[in-house]
Design a protein around this ligand. Sequence first.
Ligand code: GDP
Length: 197
Amino acid sequence: LHYRQARFLISAATLAQCPTDVGAEVAFAGRSNAGKSSAINALTSQKALARISKTPGRTQLINYFTIGETGRHLVDLPGYGYAKVPEKVKREWQTHLSNYLRNRQALRGLVLLMDVRHPLSEFDQMMLGWANEARMPVHILLTKSDKLKRGPAAASLQKVRHALKEWEDLVSVQLFSSLKYDGVEQAHAKLDEWLAD
Ligand code: GDP
């Protein structure tokens, strides 16, 4: 698919504000700083596509991007885990995220980003739990893989695969580096699979 043609479409604060629930979309989620914006930019060969999500005040919004094919979207979900967010706001995020995962018909799969050095945080486990309840396929990108040598990176990959062994029908895992563009083809193959007719 034509990921290079990705363009910002719309921001939504709630499920109700998302585009009409038809077509097919893939959502990206991760703790803040996991490398989500960098990965979306790397996957679309653009320098600042996902920058819009970083604008202060926009961090809690669901951002939609069109790609070259009509009715196909990439969705940037709110980053989670900002240090100074009040409990009430955290709970609102959780409600929006879980509603989105459970109720969005167009959603074909979830790309979950985790820093290869600190995978499976509490937030990651929560997202995996919701995805599993919704029987939603998940593809994990272990980001910033260039920060580790080959051996430790492979060990982290194995550790995550092993921890999620019982969900292997729904969950796949790969190493990814936005800096080196490592893993871009593998991630595209998964997106293609999900976004195919
Ligand atoms: P987000 O909050 O999840 O959107 O994270 P960002 O994409 O903004 O990345 C957070 C920080 O990690 C930034 O300083 C990035 O430059 C850095 N970063 C992101 N991806 C990579 C990567 O593949 N390799 C390295 N070395 N740093 C990265």
